[in-house]
Design a protein around this ligand. Structure first.
Ligand code: ATR
Length: 281
């Protein structure tokens, strides 16, 4: 996805993947800084660790307490911190700043708008899952101004904890633990049930029939159609899998490094080819 985006922008850059052990993350960051890398992406379990390692954090990193994107910067001729990607040649300086961002949370909102036409503001949302992904989604949707949020989790106590956090941070949002007894604008799956071939749906359809949901978004993108998404399609809901979230966190990262709009269509094509191969949905 990133290399397709880089190529479409005509940049002489390369995006590479490295396995880094958590205890060597600091050394990896310093190595990338010394080699004048333009930036980094990080995935689990490095996002929380990198939050504490970077020199500066933008608002997204501060809000989520996690960093999935780093941009290296140097001072330009006027003394302004400037992304390394904007320099024609690596700057002659020892002073390189690592600035941390988080593009995951915004990607949820963009995917909901573009892939299932859900505007979070004022919406009624049933959210399944209260792990790391569920908590971030709940807080992001609350920050976006959803009207009502129902939280359901296999381990109820974890949903209670997320609900308490939302009541404290976003008192305007009506939050409850358990299934709604009314229709919702969105059912969002943030559990991992559906990932494995033997998995069923994370939804208890006796407690909440799918026809009561206008749209269904499953954060899982492989398999392309989980049992929940198949049932949603059969029930006539607007439905999408989590590929858009993966895509949009990546397009945003490329925009942070380049300062230019990302070539979204090219990046989506590359991502689909890579993940689904010839079985693209
Ligand atoms: P992630 O970072 O992907 O959210 P996680 O923090 O391990 O990963 O959270 C996994 C989520 O999927 C949790 O909400 C988990 O429920 P529990 O809190 O009860 O563990 C949920 N989950 C995993 N397997 C599940 C299953 N078979 N049925 C229902 N929920 C499941």
């Amino acid at each position: 996805m990133q290399n397709a985006g880089i190529a479409a922008l005509g940049l002489d850059w390369r995006y590479l993947a490295f396995d880094v052990r958590p205890e060597e993350l600091k050394a990896a960051l310093e190595g990338a800084r010394a080699m004048r890398f333009i930036g980094l992406n990080l995935t689990v379990p490095h996002k929380l660790l990198m939050h504490d390692l970077v020199d500066e954090r933008d608002e997204t990193a501060r809000t989520w307490g996690a960093v999935n994107t780093v941009r290296f910067e140097a001072r330009d001729a006027t003394g302004e911190w400037t992304p390394l990607g904007a320099f024609a040649t690596p700057p002659e300086t020892d002073e390189i700043l690592a600035r941390g961002f988080n593009t995951d949370a915004d990607a949820i909102v963009r995917a909901l708008r573009e892939d299932v036409a859900v505007e979070p503001r004022g919406a009624r949302v049933l959210l399944l899952g209260a792990g790391g992904a569920g908590r971030t989604a709940a807080l992001r949707l609350a920050a976006e101004g959803v009207a009502e949020l129902w939280l359901v989790n296999r381990t109820r106590e974890k949903a209670e904890r997320v609900a308490a956090e939302i009541r404290a941070r976003h008192p305007a949002v009506a939050v409850a633990v358990g299934y709604p007894r009314e229709p919702v604008d969105l059912l969002l799956n943030a559990t991992s049930r559906g990932l494995r071939p033997a998995d069923g749906s994370p939804l208890d359809e006796a407690a909440f029939p799918l026809r009561e949901a206008a749209a269904v978004y499953d954060m899982i993108y492989r398999p392309a159609e989980t049992p929940l998404l198949r049932a949603a399609r059969e029930a006539g809901c607007r439905a999408a899998n989590g590929l858009g979230m993966l895509l949009y966190q990546g397009t945003k990262a490329l925009e942070i490094w380049t300062g230019r709009p990302a070539p979204v269509a090219e990046m989506r094509r590359a991502l689909e080819a890579n993940i689904y191969g010839d079985t693209a949905p």
